[in-house]
Design a protein around this ligand. Structure first.
Ligand code: NAP
Length: 485
């Protein structure tokens, strides 16, 4: 018997996580369209989300799924529920963190046939969000029974790699401008680091226009004049909020795709959730996952199929037939299956309304896996901030803390309440809570590492006050490494 001719065209193996709710429906729809378009893919189905939680896997992603993603390096993922009552963490966050997918890419492009208040403005930009740092590190402490604190951790390397990714993405898509958007005017060290690194790094890309925009103005500008943006890059929380705002400009979360990129793994997913109300009814719109799959095809270098699928979708949306209920005119919503058939029938057709954009692979820099360490040439320990819980009046706290410091290596410089100075002068009408920061400065530079002096100070303070935590006040390379009151 003749052997079947060998399939000589290599297929790319992709981990497919159908997910929860409408996930399996939109995944099946996407896979059908990709197959009809001739995408050379081999799917490796993997489990994550509610079923994994039910099986007692607290991360929401079994080891086989993690192994599959690690092996293939590419995943397409449906929405995952974060169940209330069992399981603890979001499986989405777990996957992003485990594989250090530091770059969240959210294209924001006007879609034909999807009417919004911004239709016709030609919105076409990308939000690049840092995906693993910032307040999402989730390091939180109750400081007193009524005062909570979270740590906003921003690293220089984290800023550098996301800005470089934004620049590489701009180049890959033939874009011209990168807007670094930060709250550097208030958070001069954390958000300021993103601004500063953005300025340094983008100097190396003279073909790209670089601008900085304060993030609140960026939110305003996105609504007032969204067509001005090309690529925007932000720290995690700012990017989280503004990427959803941006999705709202072009049709909402239901049609918004995304990519999570890391050095080893890329995971593509719709922005929307599992929409449990319509799950299993054949009503879900697969557009967002399909557009995510288009991003995936470009990631693996299949630009032709990506363009074919994208244009078949555009033509379908333009024609306005067989659209699902969320985007069809009221009362005319069709089924997921009819929409898929229509997109498949439109494969090979080209939208004349959507401007053509040339894509190339994103030239991502490979980062070393080791902890990145930036040394300072000089370091000085100049003081210590001690956070104390007290219900006393700031003047009384000042007197007791100044007295505690007498005979120690320190002098009390100031006390602040939630960042506003309340001692030696109580400025304005500062509202007081039971949480104070007392700043002690070394009278003269410590001879050794200063720990004995700090321990002595804490013992003195602890006789009268409950202190919660301390921060060393340092100077790196001659510059203050702490904020002023
Ligand atoms: P959601 O699932 O996005 O649903 C909100 C509403 O949007 C739905 O009820 C539905 O509205 C509409 N919708 C969303 N996607 C749609 C689609 N493809 N086709 C048609 N309509 C669509 O948001 P949620 O209700 O806040 O979250 C539900 C679950 O999803 C939660 O467990 C949440 O944790 C999870 N979630 C997961 C991810 C992720 O995996 N990346 C993201 C977000 C949320 P109507 O039916 O009212 O028209």
């Amino acid at each position: 018997m003749d052997a079947t001719p060998a399939d000589t065209t290599a297929r790319t193996r992709v981990t497919a996580i159908a997910g929860d709710g409408i996930g399996p429906e939109v995944m099946r729809a996407t896979q059908q369209i990709l197959a009809a378009a001739g995408a050379r893919l081999e799917w490796e189905e993997a489990l994550a989300g509610a079923e994994a939680f039910r099986k007692g896997i607290s991360s929401g992603a079994p080891q086989e799924t993690l192994d599959s993603i690690a092996r293939n390096g590419v995943a397409l993922k449906g929405p995952l529920e974060t169940p209330v009552g069992y399981g603890e963490k979001s499986a989405n966050v777990t996957l992003r963190k485990i594989f250090e997918m530091y770059g969240n890419i959210r294209p924001v492009r006007e879609l034909p046939g999807i009417r919004t208040p911004f239709t016709g403005r030609g919105i076409d930009f990308v939000v690049v969000r840092e995906n693993v740092e910032d307040v999402y590190a989730g390091v939180e402490h109750m400081q007193t029974p009524g005062v909570a604190q979270t740590l906003k951790l921003i690293t220089e390397v984290g800023c550098e790699r996301i800005v470089r990714l934004a620049a590489a993405l701009a180049q890959a898509e033939g874009r011209k401008k990168v807007t670094v958007s930060t709250k550097a005017n208030i958070m001069k060290l954390t958000e300021g680091m993103m601004k500063r690194v953005g300025e340094q790094v983008l100097k190396e890309y003279p073909d790209l226009v670089h601008e900085h925009m304060i993030v609140d103005n960026c939110a305003h500008q996105m609504v007032i004049r969204p067509e001005q943006f090309d690529v925007t890059v932000m720290t995690n929380m700012n990017g989280d909020i503004l990427s959803d705002l941006a999705a709202g400009l072009v049709g909402g979360l239901g049609v918004a795709p995304s990519a999570n990129l890391g050095d080893q793994v890329a995971m593509f997913e719709a922005v929307h959730g599992s929409a449990p109300q319509i799950a299993g009814k054949g009503l879900a719109n697969p557009t967002a996952l399909l557009l995510s799959a288009v991003m995936m095809l470009r990631h693996i270098g299949d630009f032709a199929t990506a363009s074919t699928v994208e244009h078949a979708l555009y033509v379908t949306l333009e024609e306005g037939k067989d659209l699902t209920g969320d985007i069809a005119p009221a009362g005319q919503g069709g089924s997921t299956g009819a929409f898929v058939d229509r997109v498949i029938a439109n494969l090979g057709r080209q939208s004349e309304k959507v401007p053509v954009r040339e894509y190339r692979s994103i030239a991502m820099k490979k980062w070393p896996a080791i902890t990145w360490y930036r040394a300072a040439t000089t370091r000085e320990l100049v003081g210590v901030d001690v956070f104390v819980e007290s219900e006393r009046d700031p003047r009384a706290i000042g007197i007791t803390l100044a007295a505690a410091a007498e005979g120690s290596a320190f002098t009390l410089e100031m006390i602040s309440s939630r960042g506003a100075q309340v001692w030696p002068d109580l400025g304005g009408n500062t509202f007081l809570v039971d949480h104070f920061r007392a700043r002690f400065m070394f009278k003269e530079p410590p001879k050794g590492n200063g720990i004995a002096e700090i321990t002595d100070l804490l013992q003195r303070i602890g006789r009268q006050h409950n202190w919660m935590h301390i921060e060393k006040l340092q100077r790196f390379d001659g510059a203050d490494a702490y904020s002023k009151a």
